[in-house]
Design a protein around this ligand. Structure first.
Ligand SMILES: Nc1nc2c(ncn2[C@@H]2O[C@H](COP(=O)(O)OP(=O)(O)OP(=O)(O)O)[C@@H](O)[C@H]2O)c(=O)[nH]1
Ligand SMILES: [Mg+2]
Length: 298
């Protein structure tokens, strides 16, 4: 039996433009919220690992930042993180949003995929938003564009087509031993998930440039003798005016961000959390190599 069904393992990267639903898919296949999801594009800034282990296979998913035309140094790093996940993968899921096809950047992404010569599954997401007959010509069109291994339409939010995609991933996964222990869900530290949860609330609660000019650094993460966890985080923005908006009138905005983030962090850490948030200015950090390094992006 062992001979006929050897263990399978491999890296599966989720690549695509901003906002197509990559992080939603990661959470859906993992059955666990690992990546933050918001309606705003450019939510994900780092490579996010999700490790899914069963008796017969281990899939290491890599969720990535959306590929875009870089406007500042942080963008360059985000695109680099996405493209490097292509070459690091055994199998690539190229995800598109069925409502926003034919963008200028698609050709570049397909070129990268061709260069890398990885096996690629095309995932057509958000099919809940179109009438199903509209799908056929889109599939036919993409069959012409690239030699995709398979083309799988899904709705990541409705969990429609996700199990078919899952099966197809397992089918194409190489044989090999597990890379991680079976109970490990990610290789990222708890602190990372905490900072992302805070950033998610900033994305959800603020507008215009604020979410994009914000970055979160966890300064302290201490377990107290009573089992409570004390976390202090510094929220950076790029200018004084943005600090005023993020703090809000009488501290209202930052307080709300803190309340909502704390509730989610408590669920994630399964204990009571004391969350202390402060806002500080780090001028033009998105364009500055040294500051990006300080903030952990490089
Ligand atoms: N209607 C619909 N909305 C979806 C679907 N999948 C994701 N979304 C929504 O699309 C938005 C973006 O989802 P994300 O998962 O953050 O997208 P992403 O590709 O990770 O975006 P970036 O991290 O910015 O690159 C969110 O509002 C999701 O709820 C879907 O299948 N149908
Ligand atoms: Mg994302």
């Amino acid at each position: 039996m062992q001979e006929q069904n050897p263990f399978k393992s491999g890296y599966v990267s989720i690549i695509g433009e901003p906002n197509v639903g990559k992080s939603t898919l990661l959470n859906a296949v993992m059955g666990e919220k690992l990546a933050i999801v918001t309606p705003k594009p450019q939510t994900t800034r780092n490579r996010i690992t999700g490790i899914l282990t069963t008796d017969s296979y281990q899939i290491i998913f890599l969720d990535t930042p959306g590929v875009l035309t870089p406007k500042y140094r942080l963008h360059n790093q985000m695109v680099k993180a996405a493209y490097s996940a292509i070459t690091d993968a055994d199998l690539v899921l190229y995800m598109i949003d069925v409502n926003r096809l034919n963008s200028g950047i698609e050709e570049k992404i397909l070129d990268e995929l061709k260069k890398a010569a990885q096996q690629v599954i095309l995932v057509i997401n958000k099919i809940d938003l179109i009438p199903s007959p509209a799908l056929l010509p889109i599939i036919a069109d993409y069959q012409e564009k690239f030699p995709f291994l398979e083309i799988i339409p899904i709705s990541a939010t409705l969990d429609n087509g996700v199990s078919q995609l899952h099966e197809s991933i397992v089918k194409h996964l190489p044989k090999g031993p597990p890379y991680f222990p079976p109970d490990q869900l990610s290789d990222l530290p708890e602190r990372f998930f905490v900072s992302e949860t805070i950033r998610e609330q900033i994305f959800l609660r603020t507008n215009q440039e604020i979410p994009y000019a914000s970055s979160v650094v966890i300064e302290e993460f201490k377990e107290r003798p009573n089992g409570k966890i004390y976390i202090s985080a510094l929220l950076y923005v790029e200018r004084q005016s943005q600090k005023g908006i993020l703090v809000g009138k009488g501290g209202r905005t930052i307080k709300r961000i803190g309340q909502l983030a704390r509730a989610e962090i408590e669920q994630f850490l399964k204990t009571t959390v004391f969350l202390d948030l402060r806002v500080s200015v780090k001028a033009d950090w998105r364009r500055n190599e040294r500051k990006l390094k300080d903030l952990g992006y490089l």
